[in-house]
Design a protein around this ligand. Structure first.
Ligand code: SF4
Length: 366
């Protein structure tokens, strides 16, 4: 797994954000080094020493070329730095909060009450990001800090017109007063990822453990539609909602035809998903009929529909084009049976924490 946390040493006391510049090639242009950069001074097998306006920073256990351009959040008293933005990755996500007002049965990251305001640090990180990045915003539930989130988006998008955002939200906190704020943002550059688990409100509300959640999601989706926002519906496929997946397809195509994308997602084996694996995991390799029927229907009605986190060999060949590799590089893994697989380059594999006995009845490429 790619490390997101690095061991560091620094004389600085307060936490700060800095971009690492390795400049190992003599031809590299150093003219754009700014006050928020730390340039490589020397490197050994054990550590790399950087220096910048914030003073000296020693980073342990990294090859400097692998962190060149990374934007890190240095926490001196812990002796760690978090790689907020990895320059060579398409999978950079900023975690706004660990608080959440829902308690989804399969939550991969169960909520915590503690909250630390990271917006000022995240704003700096976005400003230092590589050109044309798409940055994920997630939680917990980011819109629990809605005013701060809107201000953060407005400021960073004005300052960096090349950067797009993908915001994951449970859409429980939008109201009509937000319309003007939404319309001030360049909504062509934000994709709002919003979970809807069933067209039956009781099933949806049970899955998110919040009475009234389905009705609120519907209102928020209407509001976002009115604002002209781009929407990605997200449905984690599980035993409690799989039998009703086709009903959801009919609902999406008739009530929500304005969504830009619909992602049907396999379950992640971590957090509550791991604790309740046996009652939640739906083996789509043997029960693909409902998934295939849903895909056929939604696509025929003009909804771009995709399968996220589905190992490619568990999907019938004629549907594999709808199953892109979606698991982030730092948490992607393969099982031993994948070693000689010809599909491996296109396949997203598994989450790193997925059990080696993967649980799919039909697996491997014949
Ligand atoms: S065998 Fe492994 S690499 Fe090949 S398609 Fe299946 S999960 Fe992907």
């Amino acid at each position: 797994m790619i490390p997101l946390r690095l061991k560091i040493e620094t004389d600085v006391v307060d936490p700060y954000v800095v971009r690492l510049r390795s400049f190992e090639g003599l031809s590299e242009d150093r003219s754009d080094v700014g006050s928020l950069d730390a340039a490589l001074e020397s490197a050994s097998a054990e550590n790399a020493d950087f220096t910048g306006a914030m003073g000296k920073l020693r980073v342990f256990g990294v090859d400097p070329s692998e962190v060149n351009g990374d934007v890190i959040f240095v926490v001196p008293w812990r002796g760690t730095a978090h790689r907020l933005i990895r320059a060579n990755s398409r999978h950079n996500t900023l975690l706004i909060t660990e608080r959440c007002d829902q308690l989804c049965v399969m939550c991969s990251q169960p909520p915590k009450e503690r909250h630390v305001d990271m917006f000022p640090f995240f704003e700096t990180a976005v400003l230092l990001s590589p050109e044309n990045s798409t940055i994920g915003i997630s939680g917990g539930e980011p819109t629990l800090f809605k005013s701060e989130l809107f201000e953060f988006l407005e400021r960073t998008m004005l300052a960096r017109r090349d950067i797009d955002f993908h915001v994951l939200t449970n859409a429980q906190h939008f109201d009509h007063n937000d319309l003007a704020k939404l319309c001030r943002l360049d909504l062509t550059r934000i994709l709002w990822g919003i979970p809807v688990y069933a067209s039956d409100r009781d099933i949806h509300d049970r899955i998110v453990a919040k009475p009234g959640a389905f009705d609120q999601v519907r209102k928020s989706l209407s509001l976002l539609c009115e604002a002209g926002a781009k929407i990605e519906l997200r449905t984690v496929l599980m035993k409690p909602n799989a039998p009703k997946l086709f009903d959801l397809a009919k609902f999406v195509t008739t009530a929500l035809p304005f969504v830009n994308k619909w992602a049907i997602m396999q379950l992640e084996n971590i957090g509550y998903g791991r604790q309740k694996w046996n009652s939640l995991f739906y083996d789509s390799s043997v029960g693909f009929d409902v998934v295939g029927k849903t895909l056929d229907f939604a696509i025929s009605r003009g909804i771009e529909t995709k399968l996220y986190n589905f190992p490619l060999c568990t999907v019938p060949p004629e549907y594999r084009m709808f199953a892109p590799s979606t698991i982030s590089d730092w948490k992607r893994a393969y099982v031993s049976d994948c070693a000689d697989c010809g599909l491996r380059n296109e396949c997203g594999g598994f989450f790193e924490w997925h059990p080696k006995a993967h649980g799919y009845g039909r697996f491997g490429v014949a």
